[in-house]
Write a protein that binds this ligand. Structure first.
Ligand SMILES: [Zn+2]
Ligand SMILES: [Zn+2]
Length: 251
C-alpha cells in the first residue's frame, strides 16, 4: 500500500515542498509549471511500510502505516538514507523522525506567515495569472460578510488554519484593491476568480475532505506550485480574501 494522493499533497504542502531532513532541506518543486511536487518528493514511512523495512511495527494496521501521522516528506536521497536497514534505523529512530517532521512543519508555517509581509501587486499578479483562463460563472452569490470567528467554527478549522487566516487578513485590503484594479480592464475577473477557487473547493468536498485538511488542500491549490515564498503567500492571501468575503467555504 501507499499513502493516498490527497495525503501526499497535504504532506508536500505542510513541508513547504522541501525535504524535511535539516541536513538537506532540498526544494522539491520542479522548475516550470508542468511538474507536480509530489513526483519528486517522497512520502516516506516513519514506522516501516512492510515487514523487513526499517522501523517496521508489526502491530500497526496498513491504514495507520499510510496515515499522515506516519509519513515524512523527503527527497529520494534522504529517503534511502533513513530506510537503510542498519545505519538508517540507528541514526533515525521513530521518535527522532517524528521530531524532525514536527520541527520542519513548524518552520514552514512560520516562513509562510512571515512572507505575507512581502505580498504586493506583482506577487498577486503572478499568483492570479491562472485565473484569466477560467470561465466565469453567473452564480449571483452575495458578498455578505460574517464574523470570521463564526466562520472558523463552522468550517471546523484548528489553530494552524486560523493562524494563516489571521495573518492573511492583514493583506486582504491589498487583495481587494488588486482585484478592483484588474476589474477596470477585465470586468469578469472577480467572477473568474471565484469560479476557479469554487471548482477546486467542490472537487475536494466531493472527495470527502473537511476541516484543516480541506483548508490546507485549498492553500496548496492557491499557491500554484510557486517556489518563492512571497508568491506562495500571495496565493494564500487571495484564498483568505475569498474566505473572508464568503465566496469560498461554508458561511
Ligand atoms: Zn520508505
Ligand atoms: Zn533530502
Amino acid at each position: 500500500m501507499s499513502a493516498t494522493y490527497p495525503t501526499k499533497l497535504l504532506l508536500a504542502f505542510r513541508s513547504g515542498d522541501k525535504c524535511a531532513l535539516p541536513s538537506c532541506g532540498r526544494q522539491l518543486t520542479p522548475d516550470g509549471d508542468s511538474g507536480n511536487p509530489i513526483n519528486v518528493g517522497k512520502a516516506a514511512h516513519i514506522e516501516g511500510e512492510h515487514e523487513g523495512a526499517a522501523r517496521y511495527n508489526a502491530s500497526m494496521s496498513d491504514v495507520e502505516r499510510d496515515h499522515y501521522n506516519n509519513l515524512i516528506y523527503l527527497c529520494g536521497v534522504c529517503h534511502d538514507i533513513i530506510d537503510d536497514r542498519a545505519q538508517g534505523e540507528h541514526d533515525y529512530p521513530i521518535e527522532r523522525l517524528q521530531e524532525i517532521k514536527t520541527d520542519h512543519e513548524r518552520k514552514v508555517r512560520q516562513a509562510m506567515a512571515d512572507a505575507f509581509a512581502d505580498v504586493g501587486f506583482p506577487e498577486l499578479e503572478e499568483a492570479t495569472q491562472w485565473i484569466l483562463t477560467i470561465q466565469p460563472e453567473q452564480s449571483g452569490q452575495d458578498f455578505l460578510l460574517i464574523a470570521p470567528e463564526d466562520k472558523l467554527r463552522k468550517n471546523d478549522l484548528g489553530q494552524d488554519s486560523r493562524a494563516v487566516i489571521t495573518i492573511g487578513l492583514s493583506v486582504a485590503r491589498d487583495v481587494g484593491a488588486y482585484i478592483e484594479s484588474i476589474s477596470q480592464t477585465e470586468p469578469d475577473f472577480p467572477e473568474r476568480l471565484k469560479a476557479g477557487f469554487l471548482s477546486e473547493y467542490y472537487r475536494l468536498i466531493h472527495e470527502g475532505q473537511t476541516g484543516d485538511d480541506l483548508f490546507d488542500l485549498m492553500c496548496s491549490f492557491a499557491q500554484r506550485g510557486f517556489e518563492r515564498q512571497a508568491q506562495r503567500s500571495a496565493g494564500l492571501s487571495v484564498l483568505v480574501y475569498l474566505f473572508e468575503s464568503c465566496e469560498v467555504f461554508e458561511k
